[in-house]
Ligand binder design. Structure first.
Ligand code: KG4
Ligand code: ZN
Length: 344
């Protein structure tokens, strides 16, 4: 089937996403988020996320089928995120996908969430197609990964990832210690607009020569978070007001600097003149500015899918399913499970 009709289910974190595609054409992309329920905890609570998926799946599915104007019967296949992500959250999606596939008699494909973020780029409606190979930098509240993608289905290499906090998580934690509400990324972005990014020199994780040997493409943000906390404590202890805008701008600069330095190093090392961004942190104004400037300077083509496709969604899972169907791949055996650390 060249243009298969595929429904994708994504529940790896706090977004319940159901998307429907026909080949590489987006028909529906409906998302329910449990973000508000996590706000008072300052981060995603796995148990709450899993319960929220259970409640949101059916209405999200109905809305997606209505938006695409198709029925379950029309589908050629169903695809679901089997990992990586929160175990309990993934299990809800995988269980629902199996039930749907069995009930409707449709083939089911297990898909990797990170590769899904790369596939999202296929769905933009400006007519441009992703060119491969590409380096992909995926940054959200749950992951910070650098990939070398030669083929969407068969050849994705994980170059590096965070060894502690995800970049979005760092934004959320630093926002919290500055007294800003959750999710912290947009708040830091807003406050940082009036600050001086060079006011405070915060550490750039895993960028020292000794770190680069083993962790050339890995990230670390927990030391940065601690450095910000210490700086704020010291300032308060001295009885001085905390210059929130400068702290936010300097913190944001440290994160963005490391993200793009490592991504561009990967492009240079691998001789790949293309960089694709994905994940919720791509909403960051400074990430976009610095990415645009450094890619232009290095002669690297920068691709950023629209934000609705950057954040977690079901359409990016559906499009990988469609790719597998179009290539005549066999469906996944229904014995597969959720794998919170699924490799690419
Ligand atoms: O991809 P996403 O919507 O969901 C998951 O991580 O599941 O990403 C959400 C993350 C949060 O940590 C949020 O603080 C961060 O992305 N984020 C941002 C911005 N907007 C969202 N981080 C930095 N700057 C932003 N403007
Ligand atoms: Zn994601």
């Amino acid at each position: 089937i060249r243009e298969p009709l595929v429904l994708g289910i994504e529940t790896s974190c706090d977004e319940t996403g159901i998307g429907i595609v026909r080949g590489r054409t987006l028909l529906a992309n409906v998302i329910a988020s449990s973000m508000d329920e996590h706000a008072r905890y300052g981060g995603v609570v796995p148990e709450i996320a899993a319960r929220a998926h259970l409640e949101a799946l059916q209405p999200t599915l109905s809305a997606a089928l209505a938006e695409a104007d198709v029925s379950l019967d029309d589908l050629d296949a169903i695809a679901v995120t089997s990992g990586p992500g929160l175990a309990g959250a993934l299990m809800v999606g995988v269980g629902a996908a199996k039930a749907l596939a069995l009930g409707a008699g449709k083939p089911l494909y297990a898909v990797n969430h990170l590769v899904g973020h790369v596939g999202a780029d296929v769905l933009r409606d400006d007519g441009s197609e992703i060119e491969l190979p590409t380096i992909a930098l995926l940054v959200s509240g749950g992951h910070t990964s650098l990939l070398h993608v030669r083929d969407l289905v068969d050849d994705v290499e994980l170059l590096g990832e965070t060894i502690d906090d995800a970049a979005g998580e760092a934004f959320d934690k630093v926002a919290r210690l500055l007294g800003l509400p959750y999710p912290g990324g947009p708040q830091i972005d807003r406050v940082a607009a009036d600050g001086d990014p060079a006011a405070i020199r915060f550490p750039r994780g895993l960028t020292l020569p000794k770190d680069l040997e083993k962790h050339r493409y890995d990230f670390s943000f927990s030391g940065l978070k601690t450095a910000v906390a210490r700086w704020v404590e010291k300032t308060e202890a001295a009885g001085s007001p905390v210059p929130t805008a400068d702290v936010a701008a300097s913190f944001r600069e440290a994160v963005v600097d490391v993200l793009l330095t490592k991504a561009l190093a990967a492009c240079a090392d691998r001789g790949v003149p293309r960089l694709l961004l994905g994940g919720g942190v791509v909403a960051n104004a400074r990430v976009r500015e610095v990415a645009a400037a450094r890619c232009a300077e290095a002669g690297i083509e920068l691709r950023i899918p629209p934000l609705s496709l950057c954040t977690d969604n079901g359409a990016m899972i559906a499009v990988l399913g469609a790719e597998l169907v179009a290539r005549g791949r066999r469906p996944s055996p229904l014995s597969f499970g959720a794998d919170s650390t699924l490799p690419v």
